[in-house]
Design a binder for this molecule. Structure first.
Ligand code: AMP
Ligand code: ZN
Length: 498
């Protein structure tokens, strides 16, 4: 990648705050600072949650690829998020700890690690990618509680105390809820059960532990022992780690209604400014599933590991996400996932060629990095740039990728350069993965790949010798183990597990 790549197609992004596509201009020359609302670690993330991080990852990859120095912070919420976003209910982590009879710190650690495992499996750049640059910085909410208390003291003029704790008076900032109104034309209209609040939309900055009760996670504060309100952490960590104003703030569309309007109100109070704290607010639409299996509260819910256990490569789910524009709703179905897997296999087929391989990995010399690209290769990269710069149009970028794979006029040495660009932006790892990596292999299958390969080899020999009795016997034996032999499969697979 050349240093001046951000002089390619201008990057246009949809800003939820202005409801418009805007041409991105960084606050600091050559640099971009992004904050993404992260997971609440009281349970495993479902695949819908992971859509939010695939989206944030594509944004981060695009910015890096275009040549910006990226600072990307994603937070881990291990305190303060109640079962209802509007300040009602119990703390999600306290509730999970009580139900599972485990310490809250245990719960947080366990589910943070589970989240990072999904991050890694989906090729989202992050701390788990050993040996590669860490693209995202993960900040843990409980590490910032003293800073949250200082921040709350700084905005005290906008707050008032109730028996339940410290509350933010939303009438004290300009145009409260404009982000929510931008999306729903309603805003502020939610019912709120806390008694004594001045306005329905006012929200907790600090939640005092009720007398006679104790919580596993609580801290002393000027407003009594208790815990921070959920919205506080994001204002504190984004301001501390990125500085106000920073470039881009992301999250799922549910955050457009309560969490982000409240973050904005806090930022306004803290900065003594009407500005929101970030230049662009971006929101991914939801992944939906008709049977309701996605809910974390349902027994077997749709988490990435379930897809993997059923034999689907996690990158098939990543591709499924990329097939929809991030602002469109995406419906999950197993058929859809199967189709994405097939599409991914075809792409890997188009990449997995010996002539290309000879230009990758250990066999590649520095000389090739400096070889002039071909016009056809430049054109493919320019079309990728146009698609991704158009508000991260990943469906279009995928089409360009397929056309590029089919374009035989791109010389092998240049295919490596071109496909690296697609891998950098889309994160499908086409160059590193082999066809065999995408074989459907449910977790409950008992045969090993070596066993199957040996049997398939023996069967080939039998067929070559026209010994069809032996070849049929081997096929039947494999079938009894759940292995389906696929003669003449157009995708070049010899077999799959069914
Ligand atoms: P949570 O762990 O509940 O705080 O959510 C983590 C992220 O996932 C947030 O950015 C949510 O907005 C987002 N999110 C929640 N459900 C979905 C869904 N079904 N599809 C896409 N994003 C979601
Ligand atoms: Zn947040």
């Amino acid at each position: 990648m050349s240093d001046d790549q951000h002089s390619g197609a201008p990057l246009r992004l949809f800003n939820s705050l202005t409801r418009r596509l805007e041409t991105f201009a960084p606050i600091h020359e050559g640099e971009v600072r992004v904050y993404s609302c992260g997971p609440t670690v009281y349970n495993y993330p479902h695949i819908g949650n992971m859509r939010a991080y695939v989206f944030a990852d594509v944004l981060g990859r695009t910015l890096s690829w275009k040549g910006y120095k990226l600072t990307h912070v994603i937070n881990i919420t291990d305190v303060g998020h109640l079962t209802d976003d509007a300040d009602a209910g119990e703390d999600k982590l306290e509730q999970a700890a009580a139900e599972q009879k485990r310490s809250i710190w245990d719960i947080a650690r366990h589910y943070t690690e589970a989240y990072w495992a999904d991050v890694k499996a989906l090729n989202i750049r992050g701390p788990m990618r050993a040996g590669k640059p860490e693209a995202a910085h993960w900040s843990i909410a409980t590490d910032y509680v003293p800073r949250m208390i200082e921040f709350a003291q700084g905005i005290a003029a906008h707050c008032y105390e109730l028996p339940g704790g410290l509350y933010f008076d939303t009438s004290t900032v300009a145009d409260y809820g404009r982000l929510a109104r931008a999306s729903t034309d309603e805003g502020e209209g939610r019912i709120d059960p806390v008694e004594g609040k001045r306005h329905a939309a006012d929200f907790a900055i600090w939640r005092r532990t009720p007398p006679g009760e104790s919580r596993q996670m609580e801290w002393d504060s000027p407003w009594g022992r208790g815990a921070p309100g959920w919205h506080l952490e994001c204002s504190v960590m984004s301001g501390e780690l990125l500085g106000f104003p920073f470039d881009i703030h992301t999250g799922g569309i549910d955050h457009r209604e309560i969490h982000h309007p409240n973050e904005i109100a806090q930022n306004q109070a803290f900065c003594h400014s009407d500005a929101s704290g970030a230049n662009i607010w971006m929101h991914n639409n939801f992944l939906v599933e008709r049977s309701g299996k996605m809910s974390k509260s349902a027994g077997e819910f749709l988490r990435l590991q379930l897809l993997i256990d059923k034999g689907y490569h996690p990158l098939a789910y990543r591709l499924m996400c990329l097939q929809a524009h991030y602002r469109s709703e995406l419906e999950f179905s197993w058929e859809g996932l199967g189709a994405a897997l097939t599409r991914l296999k075809r792409m890997v087929m188009g990449t997995d060629r010996d002539d290309l391989r000879s230009f990758t990995g250990a066999g590649r010399t520095a000389e090739w990095d400096h070889t002039e690209g071909t016009a056809a290769g430049d054109d493919a990269i320019a079309r990728l740039d146009d698609a991704i710069s158009d508000d991260l149009n990943t469906p279009k970028a995928l089409t360009v990728l397929e056309e590029t794979l089919a374009n035989k006029t791109i010389e092998p040495f240049d295919r490596w350069r071109v496909l690296s660009a697609f891998d950098d932006v889309l994160g499908l790892n086409l160059i590193e993965n082999r066809r065999g990596d995408f074989r459907v292999r449910p977790i409950d299958s008992s045969v090993t790949d070596e066993e199957v390969s040996a049997a398939v080899e023996r069967r080939k020999e039998a067929r070559a010798a026209k010994d069809f009795i032996t070849s049929d016997a081997i096929r039947d034996e494999l079938a009894s183990k759940g292995v389906e032999v696929m003669d003449g499969d157009p995708l070049g697979w010899d077999w799959k597990l069914s």
